[in-house]
Design a binder for this molecule. Structure first.
Ligand SMILES: CC(C)(COP(=O)(O)OP(=O)(O)OC[C@H]1O[C@@H](n2cnc3c(N)ncnc32)[C@H](O)[C@@H]1OP(=O)(O)O)[C@@H](O)C(=O)NCCC(=O)NCCS
Length: 177
């Protein structure tokens, strides 16, 4: 049976992954305003402004939880440090995407958030697989995905990056529950 939770919370050692709210807008705008974040993603605009954070929070509130679940990554000491989303797009399996604010890079937080989200996807969202892709110039994200248990499929896709306004070679990876 597929269990649907409207506002799931995922807890890991240092993090809670929870639904974004209006109170997160200024922090999301501040952290995502660093252009190094958006340029590694497909969908985020650059510059990323307060109105983009507002639109993000509103879009997440309207998501169908059977199709997409997007979380603010909240650190026990530092508050919101990033965002992680699981969503159905082109593939049969849902796709995972994420970003961590630059002041918090290199502490294992993306890996910890991804591991928590994957465990949730398996047990609470009844998913058997999750896909992800990283731009070829984003080895750090490839490493996060490897550490979380993804393997390279061998496929490289050309994916459009809104922030770069260009198509970028993207290495596809797969995680099996
Ligand atoms: C990619 C990103 C999520 C990583 O977040 P993070 O919390 O620093 O990740 P972690 O600390 O869990 O792991 C990072 C790993 O990448 C490695 N790494 C960092 N920079 C690297 C580089 N230039 N080349 C290779 N590996 C690199 C780190 O050493 C670490 O691996 P290790 O534990 O084996 O040493 C963060 O940099 C980010 O948000 N970037 C912009 C947005 C983005 O890329 N989103 C993902 C789109 S696919």
């Amino acid at each position: 049976m597929c269990v649907i939770e409207t506002s799931p919370v995922i807890e890991t050692r240092r993090l809670a992954l929870r639904a974004p709210g209006a109170h997160d807008i200024s922090r999301i705008a501040q952290l995502a305003g660093d252009p190094e974040i958006a340029r590694m993603t497909c969908r985020m605009p650059s510059p990323f402004r307060t109105e983009d954070a507002e639109a993000f929070v509103m879009n997440v509130a309207m998501q169908d939880p059977r199709r997409a679940n997007t979380f603010v990554i909240e650190h026990e000491d530092h508050g919101p440090v990033g965002v992680l989303g699981l969503f159905h797009d082109k593939d049969r399996a849902p796709e995972m995407g994420y970003w961590i604010g630059k002041p918090f890079w290199g502490r294992g937080l993306a890996t910890e958030a991804a591991q928590g989200a994957l465990a949730w996807a398996k047990t609470r969202w009844s998913k058997k697989a999750v896909v992800a892709g990283h731009f070829t110039d984003n080895a750090a994200s490839g490493r996060v995905l490897e550490k979380a248990g993804f393997l390279y499929t061998g496929e490289t896709r050309r994916q459009f990056s809104r922030a770069r306004n260009a198509e970028v070679d993207t290495r596809m990876m797969l995680w099996l529950a």
